[in-house]
Design a protein around this ligand. Structure first.
Ligand code: DHB
Length: 388
């Protein structure tokens, strides 16, 4: 088979790219090691920036994001015994949308099916070849055990945080930037009514907690934990006690219910530069990972492929600097988001060795943020998303 663009990875980044390319008359084949059901059942982020919502709606992927999602015009920052609302609407005239990544994926996969897109889930033995020659290709075994080679003009690695494509960049030509954190998130789904209309980001002496939502009957919550935490050591009762203690310190109370999912989510910051080598370009988590606190991961992936679709179109028409321009444009946003996610994380979490000074200093930082129009506006701009 031959195609214009071969895409390794059929998560939100790969599928959105395939969709945008098709609208520009460019063919693609996308593959993924995971089955469709497996991706649909992996719970991930929940918050879409304003421009991510616009992209999904205006490109014809989803109207459901407006119908089934919930518009949030602000968040609560909870610390020092009380809550403080950051009013995005008033500060920057923008809002975000609560709409789970699993639904974004379902809408994208449905749109590919509707439009006759070539997407193969559940493949194995994936490799890419001839990255710098004129016959780049992607090889894989499909779900029925049949071996395939797809020759393309460009290969895209949208294969997530465990990317195989990023390892194809010669070590001498790539740099990897890392930061580890000495904590993780314990995430739960529970059957209960919402405890709050908007998200609560809660700082406390016992550590961070995030109260999010899904529907009128299903809620998502997280609390800071040790990266090696064993979920089986946490009964529902113990989880509720910990969550209530953390938000209770700031005057909130949670509505409890049966917990249907418990998972420990690792934290890390990562960037690989450059994002292009020969005929291979990276997009989304394959090139960068952010800690979840700023809700930036999915949004960053969508921002990458919006720019990549534009530049790929120019590249395929003969613009020789288009792919490097993609890498440059994408990395500018990536590093802004890296900073924003790092900043939200370090402002709100308790370090294992934190002194009383450290905790009081964080409260000082949060207080200066919520009492300053400049500070609150900075947070609102970053959270709702910078213009492209
Ligand atoms: C959710 C996840 C996040 O990482 C975040 O910052 C906000 C919300 C969520 O799953 O709802």
């Amino acid at each position: 088979t031959t195609t214009d663009v071969a895409i390794v990875g059929a998560g939100p980044a790969g599928l959105m790219l395939a969709h945008l390319l098709q609208r520009a008359g460019i063919d693609s084949v996308a593959i993924d090691l995971r089955g469709r059901e497996e991706i649909e059942n992996t719970h991930r982020a929940g918050i879409l920036e304003q421009d991510s919502v616009r992209l999904l709606v205006e490109s014809g992927v989803s109207e459901r994001v407006l119908r089934d999602g919930y518009r949030h015009a602000g968040i609560d920052l909870a610390f020092g015994g009380g809550g403080h609302r950051i009013d995005f609407e008033a500060l920057v005239g923008a809002s975000v949308q609560l709409y789970p990544q699993t639904d974004v994926f379902i809408d994208l996969a449905d749109a590919r099916e509707r439009d006759g897109g070539d997407v193969r889930f559940g493949v194995s033995e994936v490799s890419v070849a001839d990255l710098t020659g004129d016959r780049p290709s992607m090889r894989f075994t499909d779900a029925d055990g049949v071996r395939h080679e797809v020759a393309a003009r460009i290969l895209v690695g949208a294969d997530g945080s465990r990317s195989i494509c990023r390892h194809e960049f010669p070590e001498s030509l790539r740099r990897q930037f890392f930061r580890e954190y000495p904590f993780a998130w314990f995430g739960i789904l529970c059957e209960a009514p919402p405890s709050s209309e908007e998200l609560i980001y809660s700082h406390s002496e016992r550590g961070f907690a995030l109260i999010s939502q899904r529907t009128e009957t299903l809620q998502r919550m997280y609390f800071q934990c040790d990266p090696a935490e064993d979920v089986t050591a946490w009964s529902d009762e113990r989880i509720w006690e910990e969550l209530q203690a953390r938000v209770g310190a700031n005057g909130y109370a949670l509505k409890e219910g049966p917990i249907t999912s418990k998972v420990v989510l690792p934290f890390r910051s990562f960037v690989q530069e450059p994002m292009r080598h020969g005929n291979l370009v990276l997009a989304g988590d394959a090139a960068h990972t952010v800690p979840p606190t700023g809700a930036k991961g999915l949004n960053l992936a969508l921002a990458d492929v919006r720019v990549l679709a534009e530049e790929l179109e120019l590249h395929l028409r003969g613009d020789e600097v288009a792919l490097d321009r993609y890498a440059e444009r994408a990395l500018q946003r990536v590093w802004k988001a890296q900073h924003f996610s790092y900043w939200m994380t370090t402002m709100l979490h308790r370090l294992p060795e934190a002194s009383d000074f450290d905790v009081r200093r964080q409260v000082g930082e949060l207080t200066s943020l919520v009492t300053s129009a400049a500070g609150s506006t900075y947070l609102a701009e970053g959270y709702t998303g910078w213009p492209s």
